[in-house]
Structures are given as C-alpha cells and as structure tokens.
Design a binder for this molecule. Structure first.
Ligand code: PHE
Length: 347
C-alpha cells in the first residue's frame, strides 16, 4: 500500500491524523474526512471505475483494505476513548459515602418539661385529663375559695408576690403561690365527676437557695366522684410513686394541715437512692417528702356549688423540681434555671 501512488501518501496522512486523535470528536472528524460521502478513501473507491483496467484490481483491493482497516481502527479507538472518558467522569464525580454526614445540632427537652410529661402520662393512664389556669391569679382563687383565711401566713407579703394593676387600686391580684386555684376554676366550670391534673408554674417570695426558687413548678391533682375515700387517694399515690420512682417504692402518709383539705397529709416515698436505708438525698431518714394531699374540704365544695353530701374528692399537689432533684440526685434547684447546657444535655 505504501508504494501505491495515491493510497501510499493517503495512508501516511491518515496515520498522522490518527496519532493526533485523542477524543471521540476528532475520531469522528477522521471518519468523515476519509470515509464520509466526500471522504478521501471514498473518492479513491469511486474513482476506480475511471482507472486503466490493469490498475483497477490492485487499487480496489488496497482501497477496500484501507477502508475496512480504518473502520475497525476507528471503532476500537472510539471504544477505548469512551472507556477512558467514563473512567475520568467516574473519578471526577466520585462520592465518598464513607464521609460522616453533617450533624444537625438539635435541642433536648428541659428536664423539668420531661418530668411534667412523665407525670401527665401516668395520670392520663389513670383516666385524668390535663387542665390549666392563669399564673396571674385573683386572691379569690388562690386563697379564699380554697378555704384559706385572711390570717393564714401564706397570704402575707413575706410569701406572696402581689401584682399592681396599672390605673387600679385593687389589691387582690397576685402570682399564684400554688397550682391549687386550678381546682377551683375547673370545678366552677365543670360538673362532677372530675379527674384532672394541672401542671404549671407557681411563685413564692423566697430567697433562692439549694432547695428554694421564687418560681417553681407544681402538678396539682383533683378527683371528685361519688364515694371517693382516703383509700382511693392512697392507692392513686402509691401507683404514681411506683411508676415515677420504681416498682419497689413504698408510700407513707404523715398527718398535716392544708386549709382546703381535711384530713390532710404530707406524703413520703421510700428513698429511691438508698432503697430506704438512709443516705445523703433522704438525709438519713430513708424517706423523701414528695407531695401534699388530702380529702377536699366540704367548705371548698360550697364555694364551687358542689353538693358535699353527694360528692367527695381528694386533691394533691407535688413540686416538680423536688421530684426531679430526688429522682436524679441533682444537688441544687438553681441548676434547673441556670441553663447550663452541660447539665441540661444530660437528661
Ligand atoms: N397546694 C399545696 C402546696 O402548695 C399542696 C396541696 C395540694 C395540698 C392539694 C393538698 C392538696 O403546698
């Protein structure tokens, strides 16, 4: 072929062109330039019929050889180029799926909110519903209708935050000192039977220390029905204490006084830290005081128009911070309000 007068030089040029062809586009350009309708090899093939008869055979054979060889070469080159291009794009677009994803920082529930939710869940399971009342209250709901006389020590300025109402000289607006006023509000607006708990904030004029905070949380409970007795109160609180502090907890009632319940009791649960043997948390007594409770005083029923002959009830109130302190051994109530994430993230 190299000695052929036309095909020889053509082959030489083709080899140079092929050497420079590095991608699919230049290979296609070569195909068009040599094998296309007006291509150089095509032209030779078309010119064969005009050649002197003794040259036709040899030229035809060589030109066809060149055409077939070039087609095969282009096809295999194209395949290699495509493979290389694919590999290159795989390398370029490589995803390292072993890289850890970006973490989205998210908040956690405040320990006190979780405890309140836990308490709610326990009582909802016992058939109670959740009620709410205002934090800025009237003397009537916070004290009077709860059978708390004017001379009661908790009514003093020492203990209660009174609220000045602009443009008014009323003296009966205050920050509720407990969640018990919700009892009155619920009974005022619903006929018995009643089974509610009322979680929320309460305020007392206390100097903050390890166990006191001027703002704290309580969960109030109230049950009114026919024939409710102290036994029902005790059974309810035993169930609560076991669910909250552990199955083998025990509960004891100590006689106490609240103006709105009679009889009244302070309720202790056996210490969950030492199992009752005595430790730092229970101050060596084996018992933790967790709530106040009692049978609703008939005087309270009179304020809300319930027939005390027909209905009886019990009420209880617990401090959420206190339960959290005891359950988790947190040494200082102020930690709950410092908003130090190192503490809050632990729960
Ligand atoms: N309100 C009382 C307190 O804050 C607790 C309590 C509630 C006691 C209901 C008896 C019944 O100390």
């Amino acid at each position: 072929m190299l000695s052929h007068p036309v095909l020889g030089p053509l082959f030489g040029r083709l080899r140079q062109d092929l050497e420079r062809a590095v991608d699919a586009r230049s290979l296609e350009e070569i195909r068009i330039a040599y094998l296309g309708r007006k291509g150089k090899v095509t032209a030779v093939l078309q010119g064969i019929k005009d050649l002197p008869s003794e040259e036709r055979r040899a030229t035809g054979r060589l030109a066809n050889l060149l055409k077939d060889g070039l087609e095969a070469e282009l096809a295999s080159r194209l395949e290699r180029v495509r493979e290389a291009e694919l590999e290159e794009s795989l390398r370029r677009e490589r995803l390292d799926i072993s890289l850890p994803g970006r973490r989205v920082p998210y908040g956690t529930r405040h320990l006190l909110s979780s405890i309140i939710e836990e308490i709610e869940d326990i009582f909802i399971g016992l058939g109670y519903r959740v009620a709410e009342g205002p934090e800025v209250e009237l003397d009537y709901y916070n004290f009077e209708a709860l059978n708390t006389p004017d001379w009661h020590p908790s009514k003093s300025l020492q203990d209660t935050f009174y609220v000045e109402v602009p443009g008014s000289d009323r003296r009966d607006v205050l920050l509720r000192t407990h969640t018990s006023p919700v009892q009155i509000r619920v009974m005022e607006s619903t006929p018995p039977p009643v089974y509610i708990i009322a979680p929320g904030k309460a305020y007392r004029h206390d100097v903050p220390d390890a166990t006191h905070s001027p703002m704290f949380h309580q969960v109030e409970g109230l049950a009114v029905d026919e024939g409710l007795s102290l036994g029902d109160l005790k059974g309810t609180l035993v169930t609560f204490a076991k669910r909250m502090f552990g199955e083998d907890r025990e509960v004891r009632f100590r006689p106490h006084f609240f103006p709105f319940t009679e009889p009244s009791a302070e309720v202790d649960v056996s210490c969950n830290m030492c199992g009752g043997a005595g430790c730092r948390v229970c101050k060596g007594t084996g018992w933790l005081e967790i709530l106040g409770a009692g049978m609703v005083d008939p005087n309270v029923f009179a304020y809300v128009g319930y027939d005390a002959e027909r209905w009886s009830g019990f009420a209880f109130g617990m401090g959420v911070e206190r339960i959290a302190l005891l359950k988790y051994g947190v040494p200082d109530i102020r930690y709950f309000f410092d908003n130090d994430l190192r503490l809050l993230m632990q729960y």
